[in-house]
Ligand binder design. Structure first.
Ligand code: 13P
Ligand code: ZN
Length: 279
């Protein structure tokens, strides 16, 4: 019989963790990943988990005003708090969990995983709120929230002004493909304490119009329909940040860049909507 870890969406979840680790995006327990199961995934999971006893109901640590009632009864995969991305493929059953939300969307129980104990990521509230916003605006397409600590992106938050327009333009200007890959630009959250309600609310507000949100001096949040696209966003933004930092490190003042006219031409050629407010 198939094991839970043989299910395609579980294999993809594990694969993203291994790629992220290989990229150096996850020192120690840095970063976290959540996946919202489709109805077909739930059916497949139920078939392989038949007869397994769920864990007790636990608070998601969401206060009433930030609960996710739209996700009542929904199932999620989430990395465990304090768990290392490096160990996800090596020791899946202790590194992440399949969780079910209750009928209020404010409590969860573990259906599989975290065998040695533990809780889903400390950013579970943020992930669920981001997913709820993206679910609404994408008509149920967005399923993955990926948070990592890529070094160049974090470095960039010390030298680039921390507003959406400056950060978006700085990233777009590094590589022509950037405005095609994240045409809605990036949202920026100035430094805040991670893991709490405030940062979850702030991030999910920005997720309404962005798929990439920068946490100053901390890392990046990406939202996508697939694991590949979530990693694609993370890698693209980190590479753009690397180019930005390389240009800065050269000590030379840039003598050229992409012009507003150029961005409009890219939008036309690739049929993407590039907001005028960023040009
Ligand atoms: P967790 O180990 O709780 O997922 O926290 C890691 C992290 O990156 C917090 O922002
Ligand atoms: Zn983090």
């Amino acid at each position: 019989m198939k094991a839970f870890t043989d299910l395609p969406f579980v294999r993809d979840f594990v694969r993203l963790c291994s790629i992220g680790d290989a990229q150096g995006f996850h020192e120690r327990n840095g970063g976290n990943l959540t996946y919202h199961l489709t109805a077909a995934d739930v059916k497949a999971a139920k078939a392989v988990l038949k007869g397994r006893k769920p864990g007790p109901w636990e608070d998601v640590e969401l206060t009433k005003d930030v609960a996710v009632p739209s996700f009542a009864g929904e199932w999620f995969l989430a990395t465990g708090s304090g768990k290392f991305f490096r160990n996800v493929a090596y020791d899946p059953e202790n590194s992440f969990a399949l969780c079910e939300l209750d009928e209020t969307g404010s409590r969860y129980r573990v259906l599989w995983g975290l065998a040695g104990g533990g809780r889903p990521t400390s950013e579970f509230s943020s992930h669920l709120m981001n997913l709820a916003v993206k679910d609404r605006v994408s008509g149920g397409k967005v399923r993955v929230i990926y948070h990592a600590h890529p070094a160049n992106l974090i470095a960039m938050t010390y030298v680039c002004p921390l507003d959406d327009k400056s950060f978006t333009r700085a990233l777009w200007n590094t590589m022509t493909e950037c405005p095609v890959i994240f045409p809605e630009g990036v949202g920026v959250v100035k430094w805040m304490v991670p893991g709490g309600r405030e940062i979850a609310v702030k991030t999910s507000t920005l997720m309404d119009r962005h798929s990439v949100v920068v946490w100053a001096h901390h890392g990046l949040f990406c939202a996508a329909d697939t694991f590949d696209n979530a990693m694609g966003l993370m890698e693209t933004v980190e590479k753009a940040a690397k180019i930005y930092m390389l240009v800065l490190a050269s000590g030379r003042k840039p003598v050229s860049g992409i012009t507003p006219k150029g961005y409009r031409a890219i939008a036309k050629r690739y049929s993407v909507d590039i907001p005028e407010k960023y040009l």
